[in-house]
Design a protein around this ligand. Structure first.
Ligand code: URA
Length: 269
């Protein structure tokens, strides 16, 4: 059997972007889990992407797999792209290279010039003279990241349709453990995503598959999440790490222990 894995960061300017990634002098240790390293992207870096997706920050699954949006949030996002017929021609970056730590959730660092300058180099590389036809931002910090790039001299030369969408895990983060609220917030998320589907369906001229828009219902259904494709992950990653069952969790009895521990459990199935 032949496996197609992600080729990594050999192409310029991505090779240089990885080599020059910001460290904890730019991403302070009290607000970011810098000890897990920077996690750069997921998707096509060869210029074939039609859709740019901006997420927020990597979590536990991403810290192990070294590609962004691969856990539940990523599988929801992947399912959203599938509804648009975008099964390959996408590229994703996060607002932050490192996982956010603490209550402030990244808000306190959204105007940090070092963080913005490096992220803008990535957006330049992905958008200028490339084939991107539309942009999706997941959550308020991602929308802010796109606006910050748009206000640069390079950003001002580009006009792309933008879908500002709620973050895939907005329902969970906005609902605590209240199941009624969770249902209401999921309904709100999916209504917002349905608007995004309409906008992007009209904007994307070259989807991988031509599809009619099928809107979401009021709650996520099992088929609404999609597995992460093998061609998006580093060589040798086993299939269960791309599958729909969670396999990584931060564990520990104290905040310090939890910060330095990710427990990996292979799903029994
Ligand atoms: N994982 C990511 O990489 N980004 C998000 O926005 C959420 C989870």
């Amino acid at each position: 059997m032949n496996h197609e894995y992600d080729p990594g960061y050999g192409l310029e300017p991505f090779r240089a972007l990885c080599a020059e990634h910001p460290d904890e002098s730019i991403y302070p240790r009290d607000a970011f889990r810098v000890e897990w390293g920077p996690i750069f992207h997921r998707g096509r870096l060869d210029g074939s992407a039609r859709l740019l997706v901006i997420g927020q920050d990597p979590a536990a699954h991403e810290s192990v797999l070294r590609r962004i949006l691969v856990g539940e949030a990523g599988q929801r996002a992947q399912g959203f792209l599938a509804r648009l017929g975008i099964t390959r021609s996408y590229v994703m970056i996060n607002t932050f290279l490192y996982s956010v730590y603490g209550q402030k959730g990244g808000e306190a660092h959204k105007a940090d010039t070092g963080i913005i300058a490096y992220r803008n180099r990535w957006i330049d590389a992905l958008v200028l003279n490339r084939s991107i036809e539309a942009v999706v931002t997941f959550g308020g910090l991602a929308a802010d990241a796109w606006k910050k790039w748009k206000s640069t001299p390079n950003g001002k030369t580009v006009s792309l349709p933008l879908a500002e969408m709620l973050h895939p895990t907005f329902p969970e983060s906005a609902s605590g453990s209240n199941t009624t609220k969770l249902a209401q917030n999921t309904k709100r998320l999916l209504a917002n995503w349905n608007q995004g589907l309409e906008l992007l369906h009209a904007a994307i001229q070259h989807p991988d598959e031509t599809k009619d828009v099928v809107p979401y219902g009021e709650a996520f259904q099992p088929g609404d999440l999609s597995e992460i494709p093998e061609f998006d992950v580093p060589a040798g990653i086993p299939p269960w790490m791309r599958g729909l069952e969670a396999w990584a969790a931060r564990t520990g009895l104290t905040p310090a222990e939890k910060r330095r521990t990710i427990t990996i459990t292979i799903p029994s199935s």
